[in-house]
Design a protein around this ligand. Sequence first.
Ligand code: GLU
Length: 280
Amino acid sequence: MRTRFAPSPTGPLHLGHAYSALVAHEMARAAGGRMLLRIEDIDRSRARAEWEIRIFEDLAWLGIRWPEPVMRQSSRLPAHERALTQLMRLGLLYPCRCRRRDIETAASAPQEGMPLLGPDGIVYPGTCRGRSMGERLAGGALRLDMARAMALIGGRIAFRESGPAQAGEHVADTDEMTETVGDVVLARRGMGTSYHLAVVVDDAAQGITHVVRGADLFEATRIHVLLQRLLALPTPVYHHHRLIRDENGRRLAKRDDARAIARYRAAGATPDDVRAMVGL
Ligand code: GLU
């Protein structure tokens, strides 16, 4: 068994991250496997080297160990680029010039009804779908043509979930994917890749058998499984765990540095105290 913890170095690790890393670490250890670490730093405008160093410190303090070298997503851009080329050759990508505002306007036009929300926000109304790859502006965004992609793999995706809330087999067909996910962005403007593409390519490169992460990413899993099918990569088992929430029931975010592991450490808490705080 190989699990992973894949934090983005854009702020302090908080109790939610501690929980995620501990669950992934313990799941692997219980099965005689390993937990790998991956630094998801493709968003160069937000990733900082100092956060990365603190991530290592916090995890080590929690008693978590991982094999070296640590994969850094920013060094994987050529692999992400190859995956994009593969999808492009299958005729599944098109360039998109829409800004967020354009998408909101198009999706809320009277004939469209209420805009549908998918894992990435508003389901893309398809404005640029007719564009050919030759129309891509340098560093421009690329979208996946969802209907074509689903047709190519036989109209159905499936994966196994082992997380407590939704354990079992999950499937989605073409209608569900086009209506509730739509044409997702696979290369972001100026970034050359997107979270969905990078996570799929890198999970496969690290040989991850069990993806352990928060329940907030459950809906995105269908996109990841579809990309695995298109790129002929294995589909791991998914394990989405509960989210750690604050006293108002909101899930923790990077801005919640009041719940940063480092703060608890500085205040004299032990790793066992942190485990107790997240219900372990
Ligand atoms: N890098 C993502 C985050 O910090 C996690 C991605 C994943 O686990 O698939 O939330």
